[in-house]
Design a binder for this molecule. Sequence first.
Ligand code: ADP
Length: 398
Amino acid sequence: MSDLILVLNAGSSSIKFEVFEGSALRLLWLGQMEGIGAAPHLLVRDAARRSLADRRWTTDDAPGDHAAALGIIMDWLKGVMTGRRVSSIGHRVVHGGPDFAAPVVITAAVLRRLEALVALAPLHQPHNLAGIRAAMEHFPGVPQVACFDTAFHRGHPWEADSFALPVEFYDRGIRRYGFHGLSYEYIARRLAAEDPALGRGRLVVAHLGNGASLCAIRDGRSLDSTMGFTALDGVPMGTRCGQIDPGVVLHLMQAEGMTPAEVARLLYKESGLKGLSGLSQDVRDLEASDRPEASRALSYFAWRVRREIGGMAAVLGGLDALVFTAGIGENAAGLRARICDGLGFLGISLDPQRNARGAAEISATATAVKVLVRHTDEERMIAEHVLATLAAGHAAAA
Ligand code: ADP
């Protein structure tokens, strides 16, 4: 009977999942249950992205929580996985706090430690944990591994890990944790496999999706990242503001009387490309629009990303490659060109044709710095971690 690895990413009202087979990690199915608790919708596709299930619920039997939603995903899986079994489960967990620097097999004690981190990521961690609890209920005895968005950054030097607050705040966990670590780790490993010399080099990876950040990587390890205590800091995003003077937040509350909840909504949901343009958070809409606000929002985004590339290159003491990844990084050629425009002083120069067709290498020939476009795959990274973590556990137990 062949073994399946189920990878789960549980959000506030959705569970995304991917199923991999065997140690070669062949992707079999990927899907999501959205609208949990409201208007649930299950979509499943195979590796060739052909639709296998597309079901909506409007009646009383609609799954109302993560456990019910996972039950439906499981029922679907059981119908297709004949002759195979789910032998392990990997969970995406946003926050591993100061201590989890690697994936970990989930035990009752680990779950308690993850619960203690809810205060650090109240918008995400509770949903991640609901997904873990639901999976433990449905798969008793199946080993489960938590993989953290923060773990890859835990080797940061203290200067990159700290705010200039009195040191007791650092000890209380008020630190620059950094996020998107699974994506950065995936990219760093793939580049090292493709080109070991580059893998040991100085990389700036720009993960530009709905959430966006940059990471400075040297010798395969994260040295600094633009995201801080939360996933709000750094470059502007679809609806998040990115770096902002904390004095603005104080002003909004003290002088304008906004409540913390109102400020949170503003910074997380109404800012970024959406707030700047007043039109959309989606780069495709902004590129298609002839409104000046759309162009200005894209210029702002490019400006801030360019600024951070410079900062990351300074931290690394130079640059061997700049890598674009995630929805915007992989697809938005125009924005990549805007970002790189003016970075010639760093040795960055694009080949317009290669950039336009989204080639794997988009830098002009004979430039000092390679500019690359790579697809990121956080779910596969999680599946790789599940295999490695369980193999290490078995080796330790043997
Ligand atoms: P998430 O952070 O939710 O995983 P993605 O990495 O999928 O997001 O990125 C989603 C964003 O990528 C979209 O909002 C859109 O702005 C951008 N995007 C996707 N495809 C294209 C495209 N063909 N051209 C320009 N932008 C794109």
